[in-house]
Design a binder for this molecule. Structure first.
Ligand code: GDD
Ligand code: MN
Length: 367
C-alpha cells in the first residue's frame, strides 16, 4: 500500500532576487548537505527580471521538494523570508541566502542544535571557527561591524552574529512571532530576536561566509536606512510606525529644500517672491516624492507610468494638505483658541498626518 509521500521535516526558505544562475546549484547543494533529512525548499522571488522564478519552476518540474513563491509589485528580503516561512507546514524552518554565500553544509548541525534545545540556531561568522573576510570587501566589513555592535547593544542576549541572514528555528516559534515582526529591510534574524520580548536561547554554528560568484549584491545605501528604521521601530515599541517616522523626516528635509529653492529663485534669479514661493513649493514636493519613493515606500516603489501618475496624485494630496494647514491654523488663531505658535504647529501636524495617511492609501497603496 502506498500513501502520499511523507511531509518535509525541514523547510528551507531561500529569498532570491535576480539569482537565476544560482537556483540549480543551490538545490544540488541542499540535496547533498541534507541527505537523510526530509526537506523541501521554498524559493521566494520578487518577480526578478532575470527569470529566477522560471528557473525555480524548471527545477521544481523535476524535483517535487522545490517550490516557488513569486511576489509581484513587492520588494524586500525580510518580508520575502516571512512569507516563505509562513508557507511551511514542517516542524523546522531554515533561512539561507540564494546566492550560495552561506555554507549549507552546516544545516544538519543547526538542526541538531535546535533539536537539542536551542530556540534559534544561527550560522555565525563571528564565533570561533567562523569567518567573514572572504565574502566581504574592507568597506563592507567595517559597515557590517558597526551595525553588529549597534544591534548587540539592543539585544537582550549576547549573539556574535545578529546580522546573519542564515538561521534555523521551529516553525511554531516563527509563527508565534510573525505578527510582531517589522519585516522591513534586510535583517530578519535581528527582527526575530528583537520581537520575542524575552531572550531566546541561541546556538551559533560557525561557518565561512563565501564570496559571491554569480549575480550581484542588493545591499545599497537605502538598505542601511532601513536597518536604522528597523531598530527605531523596535526602540519605539512599534508605537509610531517607522513608515510615518520616515515620512515626517522626509517632510523636514522638504522644508530645507523649500527654503533653499526660495533663496535660489529670489536671490540668484530675481524672481518675485510670490512666484518664487510657487517654484519652491513644487521643487520641495517633487523632492519629497522622490525621497519617499526611494526610502519610505521602498518596498512599494513606483516606476514607469505609475511613477508619473503617483507624482500628480502626490501634488494633489499635498496641495489639499497645505490648504487644510492654512485653514486650520487660521481658524484656531481667529477663534483665539491658541497663540500663533501652537496654531502653526497644529496646522503642520494635521498636514503631515493627512499627507501620510492619504499618500499611503492612494499614492503608494501600502497595506
Ligand atoms: N525575494 C527577495 N526580495 N530576495 C532578496 C531581496 C528582495 O528584495 N533582496 C535581496 N534578496 C536576496 C538575494 O537574492 C540573496 O539571495 C539574499 O537575499 C541576500 O541578498 P544579497 O544582495 O546577496 O545581500 P548581502 O550578501 O549583501 O547580505 C546578505 O548576507 C549577509 C550575510 O549572511 C543578507 O542576507 C544579510 O542579511 C546577511 O547578513
Ligand atoms: Mn549575498
Amino acid at each position: 500500500m502506498s500513501g502520499p509521500p511523507l511531509p518535509a521535516a525541514l523547510t528551507v526558505v531561500v529569498p532570491c532576487y535576480k539569482e537565476a544562475a544560482n537556483v540549480a546549484p543551490m538545490v544540488a547543494r541542499l540535496d547533498t548537505a541534507l541527505r537523510g533529512i526530509a526537506w523541501e525548499a521554498v524559493f521566494v522571488d520578487d518577480d526578478s527580471p532575470d527569470g529566477t522564478a522560471a528557473e525555480v519552476r524548471a527545477v521544481a518540474a523535476r524535483d517535487p521538494r522545490v517550490r516557488c513563491i513569486r511576489r509581484i509589485g513587492r520588494r524586500g528580503l525580510a518580508s520575502a523570508v516571512t512569507e516563505g516561512a509562513l508557507a511551511s507546514s514542517a516542524e523546522f524552518v531554515a533561512v539561507i541566502d540564494g546566492d550560495l554565500q552561506h555554507d549549507e553544509t552546516i544545516l544538519p548541525a543547526m538542526l541538531e542544535a535546535v533539536r537539542g534545545g536551542a530556540e534559534v540556531a544561527v550560522g555565525s561568522r563571528h564565533v570561533e571557527g567562523g569567518a567573514a573576510s572572504e565574502g566581504f570587501s574592507a568597506a563592507r566589513g567595517a559597515v557590517s561591524g558597526a551595525g553588529t555592535r549597534l544591534a548587540q547593544a539592543l539585544l537582550p542576549t549576547p549573539v556574535g552574529d545578529p546580522m546573519s541572514g542564515f538561521f534555523l528555528l521551529r516553525r511554531d516559534l516563527f509563527e508565534a512571532l510573525a505578527p510582531r515582526l517589522s519585516a522591513r529591510g534586510f535583517k530578519i534574524l535581528l527582527d526575530v530576536l528583537l520581537s520575542a520580548g524575552r531572550p531566546l536561547r541561541v546556538a551559533e554554528v560557525p561557518y565561512h561566509f563565501r564570496p559571491r560568484e554569480a549575480g550581484e549584491s542588493k545591499l545599497d545605501a537605502t538598505v542601511l536606512l532601513e536597518f536604522v528604521g528597523l531598530l527605531l521601530d523596535k526602540a519605539l515599541g512599534g508605537w509610531l510606525p517607522w513608515r510615518f517616522v520616515s515620512f515626517a523626516a522626509v517632510g523636514a528635509v522638504g522644508v530645507l529644500v523649500h527654503l533653499a529653492a526660495l533663496y535660489v529663485a529670489v536671490d540668484l534669479f530675481g524672481i518675485g517672491f510670490a512666484a518664487a514661493q510657487w517654484v519652491a513649493t513644487f521643487v520641495a514636493m517633487t523632492a519629497n516624492f522622490v525621497l519617499n519613493n526611494r526610502i519610505t515606500y521602498r518596498d512599494l516603489r513606483l516606476r514607469g507610468p505609475r511613477l508619473w501618475r503617483g507624482l500628480l496624485l502626490f501634488y494633489l494630496v499635498c496641495g489639499i494638505g497645505a490648504v487644510a494647514n492654512v485653514g486650520i491654523a487660521g481658524l484656531l488663531l481667529r477663534e483665539d483658541v491658541v497663540g500663533w505658535r501652537l496654531a502653526g504647529a497644529a496646522g503642520a501636524l494635521l498636514t503631515v498626518v493627512w499627507n501620510y495617511a492619504v499618500s499611503s492609501t492612494l499614492v503608494w497603496r501600502a497595506r
